[in-house]
Design a protein around this ligand. Structure first.
Ligand SMILES: [Ca+2]
Length: 546
């Protein structure tokens, strides 16, 4: 009897302990990762640690983002549509004239950020990486400690250039220092994540919130040479073979139906001839049609991209080991996603040097070996981005599924048992705020300093984490002319930079996940119904131009 009582008490203690203390919270955001790049989403990139997180947690078939770096970040940190947060299209030092507050270009005062919410709940708040929402910066919007981009408006920085990064508050001496040539930002971000966790633990009274906003694998494509070299054999096989292999793995994972077929290679958006590498409006070329020197140059670009993802993954492995060793893994809520789909900028061969100058270099010999090292600046182009988003349509910038779909992995063993089945209802990055609020017991106020907050547009995903019923909801998107609205199996899309006249297209995602068969002409009533919903939303949040 006594042993039974002890057993019961220990069970109660073990079960109740996590609930008695709010969980630590770790949000990991990666930059420009494609939908199927991760191993656990069908990719050939080695991501054993992220895969482990997925195996021990809850995996979503899809989580929507806002098609671009800064609008997604605004949405994630506020629980609002990016327009409601003030970053409707892009970060700006001055608001777009006559466009309304949706295009202010930085976070408005009429919202609360996640670190502000959690600091008020008694958390210590830490950020590492890329902010990309201008001024006010991270220290003015709720973070107590920061290591990352010095320029809060920057969309990218050289990974080998330590001068581009800063530790804040400025009164703190940087804890980590690197010899010349040893600073590689992705690894340094991981180092600082571990360092911040070490410091956070010294205050045992406070749970912690860490926002690890990696800039990888966004261009410039840069990684240690040995890591790139290891991936060359894989990417010499080309995007056609690898796309087909990804789709087969996605079928085995149950991510796409067994009946799914590989769509044709995606079209290169219409642009200036030199910027689009001579392919504006055309399909990405067949890999085997390209000359050997071009294929070698391209293989190195993708090998570098994959290496960047691998270095993110290695850091996650170190963080998981660290959380386990400190006894924190069970009661730490981890969310992992990407800020937009794979990036096509701007043609199949990618670009080198400043974006949109129309300059692309065909590297060979020593110049090829130096690609990805200090001083180089390359993107991987639309052919590889098409692989990254397999089997979804189009790319970052667009409201087609390839632009706005990301993986989402949630991990909190103390509260959410691992689930082998995919969560099918789509999440959205604006759901992070209410999900974390519910998980931590944090209550969002109605107003702050006399400023009334906008009501949240995201909803808590906690019922989905627990396998409960979930009401269908509409998911609208708008980014620089591109538009979309999804409701259940139906989705309308308004394109841009395309060869055909732009108008609403209608897709049945349950039968046509790659958005190949436009049903707008045969189902005008459904198209009009969704278009009306998009218009009402666009009016409400102030989408311009209309
Ligand atoms: Ca991005």
């Amino acid at each position: 009897m006594r042993s039974l009582l002890v057993l019961c008490l220990s069970f109660v203690t073990a079960w109740a302990a996590p609930a008695s203390r709010p969980p630590n919270v770790l949000v990991i955001l990666v930059d420009d990762l494609g939908y199927s790049d991760l191993g656990c989403y069908g990719g050939e990139i080695a991501t054993p640690n992220i895969d482990r997180l997925a195996a021990g947690g809850v995996r979503f078939e899809k989580s929507y983002n806002s098609a671009r770096c800064c609008p997604t970040r605004a949405s994630l940190l506020t629980g609002l549509h990016p327009h409601e947060a003030g970053i409707g299209d892009f970060v700006r030092s001055k608001p777009t004239p006559n466009a309304g507050e949706a295009y202010t270009g930085h976070l408005l005062a009429s919202n609360q950020t996640l670190p502000e919410l959690l600091a008020a709940r008694g958390y210590s708040t830490w950020m590492v990486g890329k902010w990309h929402m201008g001024v006010p910066g991270p220290m003015d919007r709720g973070f107590q400690h920061y290591f990352g981009y010095k320029d809060f408006g920057a969309h990218s920085e050289g990974q080998w250039n330590a001068a581009k990064y800063v530790r804040l508050p400025a009164t703190v001496k940087p804890e980590l220092n690197y010899e010349t040539g040893r600073f590689y930002a992705t690894d340094v971000f991981n180092d600082y994540a571990c360092e911040f966790l070490r410091q956070a633990r010294t205050d045992k009274a406070k749970p912690w919130f860490l926002y690890l906003a990696h800039s990888s694998p966004h261009f410039p494509l840069q990684a240690p040479q040995a890591s790139i070299d290891r991936n060359m054999a894989t990417y010499r096989r080309g995007w056609d073979v690898l796309r087909a292999e990804r789709l087969e793995r996605m079928k085995k994972l149950g991510l796409v139906p067994a009946s799914a077929t590989l769509p044709p290679r995606a079209r290169v958006p219409v642009d200036r001839e030199d910027i689009a590498n001579g392919y504006p409006g055309q399909l990405n070329p067949a890999w085997e049609s390209l000359p050997a020197d071009r294929r070698e140059d391209l293989a190195r670009r993708m090998a570098t991209f994959a290496a960047m993802v691998e270095h993110v993954d290695r850091g996650i492995g170190r963080i998981l080991t660290d959380l386990e060793a400190s006894g924190e893994l069970a009661n730490t809520l981890i969310l992992f996603t990407s800020d937009n789909g794979a990036c096509y900028e701007w043609g199949p061969f990618g670009f080198d040097s400043a974006s949109r100058t129309g300059k692309t270099t065909l590297h060979a010999g020593e110049q090829l070996a130096q690609m990805g090292q200090a001083g180089s600046f390359s993107s991987y182009g639309s052919g590889w981005a098409n692989l990254g988003n397999t089997p979804l349509a189009m790319y970052k910038h667009f409201c087609n599924e390839g632009g706005i779909t990301s993986p989402l992995i949630a991990h909190w063993p103390a509260a959410w048992p691992a689930r082998s089945e995919w969560v099918r209802p789509p999440a959205h990055v604006m759901d992070f705020f209410p999900t974390i609020a519910e998980a931590t017991g944090a209550v969002r106020p109605v107003e702050i300093a006399g400023v009334k907050l906008k009501p949240l547009s995201g909803v808590s995903l906690v019922p989905l984490m627990r396998g409960l019923a979930w009401p269908e909801r509409g998911i609208p998107t708008a980014h620089e002319g591109a538009r979309g609205y999804r409701l259940g199996q139906w989705k309308i899309v308004w394109g841009k930079r395309q060869t055909a006249p732009v108008q609403w297209q209608l897709f049945d995602l349950s039968q046509d996940p790659s958005e190949e068969h436009d049903l707008a002409a045969s189902q005008p009533a459904k198209t009009a119904e969704l278009a009306a919903l998009w218009n009402a939303w666009a009016d409400r949040v102030g989408v311009r131009p209309r």
